[in-house]
Structure formats: C-alpha cells, structure tokens
Design a protein around this ligand. Structure first.
Ligand SMILES: Cc1cc2nc3c(=O)[nH]c(=O)nc-3n(C[C@H](O)[C@H](O)[C@H](O)COP(=O)(O)OP(=O)(O)OC[C@H]3O[C@@H](n4cnc5c(N)ncnc54)[C@H](O)[C@@H]3O)c2cc1C
Length: 387
C-alpha cells in the first residue's frame, strides 16, 4: 500500500478539508455513542448535514452517480471517510446509509433502488436492521421469524431484538424464514418492510448507559407484498452477508477513536501527576490506535484492488472494538473519581462523555458479531484451523 497521497488524492483531500472548514459547524458533530457505533442520537440536524454532503454526492460516496452517490474510487472514499472522522462529522443513520443502502445497491432491482435510495440519502426515510432474535444472535441462521406466502403477499410473524433505532425507523431490513424445510442458511429471505405496517409493535430496551438506542420488535401477521423481497427468495442469507461485510470494515472507527483519545488526554491533564504508569498507558493506547488505523488501511487497500476483505475485516472489527473498551478504561483511570461524573455535572471532564463512553462501549464487542465470533472467523478462514 502507498501511504502518501498521489497528486490526485492530495487535491481531493484538500477539497474535502475546504468543505469541512466551511460547512462543519458544531451542531453537525457526532456524539461519542455514535463514534462507538452503538448509539442513536436525537439528530434533528441530520437532514441539514446530509443536504450539505449531498451537494457533492458524499452522503454515500461509493454509490454510483445515477443513484445519488459520487461513484468515488475506494481510495477517495477512504480519504473522505478519514477526514470526516477526523473532523468528527456526524454520520446520520449509519445503519441505513452505510449498511442497508449499499446492500440494496448490490442486490436490489431497479424499482427497489428507485423507491428506497433517494429517501435514504436525504434522511427522509430512516432504516433499522432486523436480524437478531432472542434465540438467534451469533447463530443468526437459526432465526425463527417466519414469512408464509399467501397469494402475492407474505405474512410475517415473530420477534426481533436489539434492533437499533427501530423506535424511530420508517423501514426495516428484515430476515425471515421462508422455507422451514430447507437447511438453515438456505430457507431465509431478506425483506424491506414498512415499519407502519399493521401488526408491527416496538418495545424499548434501555442499555447499561441508561440510553434507549435498541428495541424489541414484534411481528403479528404482518402482510407485505412479495415485491418487498430483496434479492432472490430463500437467498436472503447471502444478501445479509453483504450487509455484515460492510458492517465490519470501517476506517471511521479507528480515526474516531484517535480523536477521542486526544480529547481525553487534553481534558484529563489537570488530574495527572506525571506518573510513568500513566504515561505508559497513554502511549500504549496511542500505539494501539495506530495499529487499528493500519488494519483499516489494509482493508481499504484490498477493496481498492477489487478483493473482498473477510478475515481482514474481522481482525479490524475485533481489534478496534476491544481497543475502544481499553480506551474507556484508560480514560476513566486518567480522570480519577471525576471520571465517574456523568453528563449534567459541571465537574465532569469532557461534559460527562468519559463516563458515558465507558458504559456505552460495553456493547461494542457484541454489536456486528461478538469478539468470539470474529476470532472463530480469523481462526478458520485466516489460519485454516478446523471448525
Ligand atoms: C449495541 C448493540 C446494537 C445492536 N444492534 C443490532 C441491530 O440493529 N440489529 C440486529 O439485528 N442486531 C443488533 N445487535 C445484536 C447483535 O448482533 C448480537 O448481540 C450479537 O450478534 C450477539 O448475539 P447474542 O446477543 O444473541 O449473543 P449469543 O449469540 O447468545 O452469544 C452469547 C455469548 O456466547 C458466545 N458465543 C456464541 N456462539 C459462539 C461460538 N460459536 N463460539 C464462541 N463463542 C460463542 C458469544 O460470543 C457471547 O459471548 C446489537 C447488539 C448490540 C450490543
């Protein structure tokens, strides 16, 4: 991989920096919980920020221009993502724009692309992802929500859980079993479902940081047209795999962690006494962040060559999410007792974000596939070890 920008990339980076300098005001910065990929902010300003990005096609820079993207090369996407993360710009509805949208671009038919992509880009239509169920998380292919064909419709019944943003979502990308007799992976279809359909109810779940970001979603004989299937009937598992690949390979995370750590170092200066232990802890985290950034470069350089990162994406996800937790612990240690003060306390460093970050990021090693699952992928696909 070439670490220095080519003249073309350097010009593009300058364009991005110029845009951010002019457009990125405080209300468009993202909160910590979003940095860690597990939060759903109260983002009334989302649409305004999306509008600004849309003037350049940068809401979804990878999508082809005909669907409102910028059709950027992987290298340019990488530069854009890097600078957005470094500037701490908001990433509204990452699940929709970053995961479900690209899945529709890859697997959707023309009608589905026309119907769904523009609403995603404008922020008018908010999406959530209905994969996990109470008894099916890591072993997702065992999911039990069923969709039974009835004429030109499917009737969906079952339950999803941990559905981030379902309480404010207009649409859900949903996995349901359409062939109960087929082997687990082969009897699942991927549906694009309107959350206002009769029979859908949403019950909030509060996470350990006392925030409401995910939910339980119940489906009671929900009727959807057969045109709601994304990709082929009974091939939904392979459609979902596309989404999961997008979920696990991100540069944003590593750069965001770096920004966060720099802010923590600055904000906790007054509490520190120059102890070598503290200095070593800070140095360790900063070195680990560089490693996380290198791992992201590796994923991006594979994508640039047209290769599909697999165990490489798992390594990146595993390392970055565990590092996020170590950063939370280090930050808490650096801030001492003050670190335990939450948002709202005038004495809390970084306005209580350290305390919030410490609790929120517990979920980072679960969301998008647990650390154990990532290690399993690395062992089998990366090291060739037996199952
Ligand atoms: C913050 C957050 C947001 C989320 N958002 C969404 C969302 O929007 N939509 C959605 O569908 N889901 C979402 N999830 C759910 C997430 O995908 C699941 O929590 C995850 O896949 C793990 O599934 P589980 O919770 O059922 O745990 P389980 O699968 O029951 O796992 C329990 C424990 O057993 C371990 N384990 C399980 N199988 C193996 C194995 N084969 N080898 C070794 N260890 C194993 C796991 O690592 C874990 O420690 C979210 C989760 C979190 C924490």
């Amino acid at each position: 991989m070439e670490f220095q920008d080519s003249p073309e990339l350097a010009a593009f980076r300058a364009e991005v920096l110029d845009f951010l300098e002019k457009e990125l005001t405080d209300e468009f910065l993202q909160p910590d919980e979003a940095v860690l990929g597990v939060g759903v902010g109260e983002d009334a300003t989302d649409k305004e920020w999306l509008k600004k990005l849309a003037t350049r096609g940068w809401v979804a820079p990878a999508w082809p221009k005909e669907y409102g993207g910028a059709g950027l090369s992987t290298a340019k996407q990488f530069v854009l993502n890097e600078e957005l993360a470094r500037a701490r710009a908001a990433r509204p509805n990452f699940l929709g724009i970053g995961l479900i949208g690209p899945t529709i671009v890859v697997h959707g038919n023309e009608e589905q692309k026309k119907e769904h992509l523009s609403g995603l880009l404008s922020g008018d239509v908010y999406w959530c992802q209905g994969f996990s169920e109470p008894e099916s998380g890591s072993d997702l292919a065992s999911l039990q929500t069923k969709a039974v064909k009835d004429g030109d419709e499917f009737v969906i019944s079952g339950q999803k859980i941990w559905t981030t943003g379902a309480h404010r979502a207009d649409m859900i990308g949903l996995l349901a079993r359409t062939d109960p007799d087929a082997p687990n992976h082969k009897g699942i279809s991927y549906f694009l479902v309107d959350m206002k359909s009769p029979g859908i109810s949403v019950r909030p779940l509060t996470n350990m940081a006392d925030m409401h970001s995910f939910n339980e979603v119940f489906f009671d004989n929900v009727r959807v047209p057969k045109t709601a299937i994304l990709g082929e009937l009974n091939r939904g598992w392979y459609v979902a795999t596309t989404t999961l690949d997008f979920e696990r390979s991100g540069i944003l995370n590593a750069i965001s962690l770096q920004q966060l750590m720099l802010e923590v170092i600055d904000a906790t200066r007054q509490f520190r006494n120059g102890s070598p232990l503290v200095r070593h802890a800070i140095a360790d985290r900063m070195i680990e962040i560089e490693v996380a950034i290198m791992l992201s470069y590796r994923v991006a350089s594979m994508q640039e060559k047209g290769l599909i990162p697999n165990q490489e994406a798992s390594i990146t996800k595993l390392f970055a999410s565990e590092l996020a937790q170590r950063i939370g612990q280090t930050a808490m240690g650096l801030a001492g007792l003050h670190g335990q003060l939450g948002p709202g306390s005038p004495y809390a460093p970084l306005m209580g974000r350290i305390e919030r970050m410490y609790r929120v990021q517990v979920g980072a090693t679960l969301a998008g596939g647990t650390s154990e699952i990532q290690r399993g992928i690395i062992a089998q696909r990366g090291l060739g070890l037996p199952r």
